[in-house]
Design a protein around this ligand. Structure first.
Ligand SMILES: Cc1cc2nc3c(=O)[nH]c(=O)nc-3n(C[C@H](O)[C@H](O)[C@H](O)COP(=O)(O)OP(=O)(O)OC[C@H]3O[C@@H](n4cnc5c(N)ncnc54)[C@H](O)[C@@H]3O)c2cc1C
Length: 417
């Protein structure tokens, strides 16, 4: 059977490895950490995945945590009223609604999922190599495989793949990221009967995302600040102590989003590695990398399309990328995996990824008036809130009502009469 090397054991690398393994391919997976190191290490993401991406896991029967993870049945948007945080105790929300998802979303801590999947891969006879691969390693190994896939996320191996400037409008990070996994968040008064991922927008300053998740110690909630660089939320860069990270998270919530802070007065971190801070520039890359000795490798998921997490799409995209690549590999049969095939395989993924990139980059910029009108109208017309929420599952729908003022106005007119 054909031999495939996958470098990187994240959402895309492991999903692809398990999928290829189930089809009889001889897969070698290279990871820079063991399953135990991942499980006991730092949180990596908020990894909220919507129905289409979760379905790819169900299709491979690797949805091992589906029955334990909280079901996220809605997506809510709150916008702080301008200047409301300047008033002591100000709680004003200019906008506040929740859309219902057609299929539920879930967030399974990547420490749980990747460690579990890695063990499954090895138990099923997969070749697992614990090694942080350098380009020189790939040069050495690639010739022994029919295909080498680089699924190593935003790490150093991206240097093999040229930046696609035409598809990468930003050359610097657009948000500073700060995540805290907590236990003890109070019930949500707006809709106590179902869970949702809540997007809280503070215009000009940043966003706070709140969502339930399954972590190593059971159910938890995630508090995730996205701060405009240089602004008041860009406050985590020099913090090393996780308790100080949580205290800063809560202070900023009290100042800017008192309605979320009110539920958070009793929270504590899930564990000493339950915080994460950082930033990166959203970047699309050329999919085919050339090794020093001339061999070609194909980039996967974040390696080739890394969007800012403001729209919570990276794990979804990694799942969709793995599913698309799996189909292309299997359909290709015994023919050589040459450069043309690699480009065509990426192009197939880009048909969905382009919508994620366009929408995510749009959300990083100040919203134009027609977008504000749509978000505002979600509070008056439930079908608008529902459509916006479900577009997180299929961002191609934003083409129909979001970017173009005429289409946005026509849509609003059609639903509001
Ligand atoms: C703060 C934050 C919040 C996020 N929230 C969401 C969200 O809610 N929803 C969503 O869909 N996405 C979210 N994302 C994005 C999502 O986590 C990533 O897009 C997704 O994990 C990418 O998957 P991947 O397989 O491409 O790479 P990764 O998950 O990064 O996996 C790459 C793996 O390769 C390993 N590796 C790296 N270099 C090497 C090497 N040289 N040799 C061997 N192994 C190597 C890494 O250790 C890692 O295990 C978030 C990201 C961040 C940072």
């Amino acid at each position: 059977m054909r031999k495939i090397l996958i470098v990187g054991a994240g959402q895309s690398g492991l999903q692809l490895a398990l999928g290829l393994q189930s089809q009889g391919y001889e897969v070698t997976l290279m990871s820079n950490r063991t399953a135990d190191e991942i499980r006991s290490g730092r949180v990596m993401s908020t990894q909220c995945m919507f129905d289409t991406a979760l379905q790819h896991e169900r299709d491979l029967q690797i949805n091992f945590w589906e029955s334990q993870a909280p079901r996220i049945e809605g997506l809510g948007v709150s916008v702080a009223a301008p200047g409301s945080h300047a008033e002591p105790g100000g709680t004003a929300r200019a906008i506040d609604w929740v859309g219902r998802l057609d299929g539920y979303a879930q967030s399974v801590d990547q420490r749980v999922k990747m460690a579990g999947w890695m063990e499954t891969f090895a138990q099923r006879g997969g070749q697992l190599v614990i090694h942080g691969a350098a380009v020189s390693d790939l040069d050495f190994f690639a010739g022994r495989y029919d295909l080498t896939l680089v699924a190593a996320g935003k790490g150093e191996l991206v240097s093999m793949f040229g930046r696609d400037a035409a598809r990468s409008p930003y050359d610097a990070p657009q948000r500073s990221l700060a995540v805290a996994y907590v236990h003890g968040l109070g019930p949500r008064p707006e809709h106590p009967d179902f869970d949702a991922v809540r997007c809280n927008l503070v215009p000009g300053i940043g966003e706070l995302f709140v969502m339930p998740a399954l972590t190593t110690s059971g159910r938890a909630d995630i508090l995730f600040w996205e701060g405009v660089p240089g602004g008041p939320l860009d406050a985590f860069q020099d913090i090393r102590d996780p308790n100080e990270h949580l205290a800063t998270t809560l202070e900023l919530m009290e100042t800017f989003l008192p309605w979320e802070y009110a539920r958070a007065t009793k929270v504590e971190l899930t564990d000493a590695h339950g915080t994460l801070a950082g930033r990166y520039a959203p970047t699309v890359r050329k999919p085919v990398g050339r090794l020093p000795s001339g061999g070609l490798v194909l980039g996967v998921a974040d390696v080739v399309v890394a969007n800012d997490p403001i729209t919570g799409q990276g794990s979804n995209s990694a799942s969709k990328c793995a599913a698309a690549y799996l189909a292309s590999i299997v359909e290709h049969g015994d023919r050589p995996f040459d450069g043309d095939w690699m480009q065509a395989t990426f192009d197939r993924y880009w048909t969905t990824a382009q919508h994620v990139t366009k929408w995510t980059n749009a959300m990083l910029a100040p919203p134009p008036e027609h977008v504000l009108n749509i978000i505002g109208a979600g509070g008056q017309v439930q079908s608008i809130a529902d459509r916006f929420a479900n577009a997180f599952d299929d961002p191609s729908d934003f083409e129909n009502f979001f970017y173009d003022p005429d289409k946005a106005n026509a849509y609003l007119a059609s639903v509001t009469g």
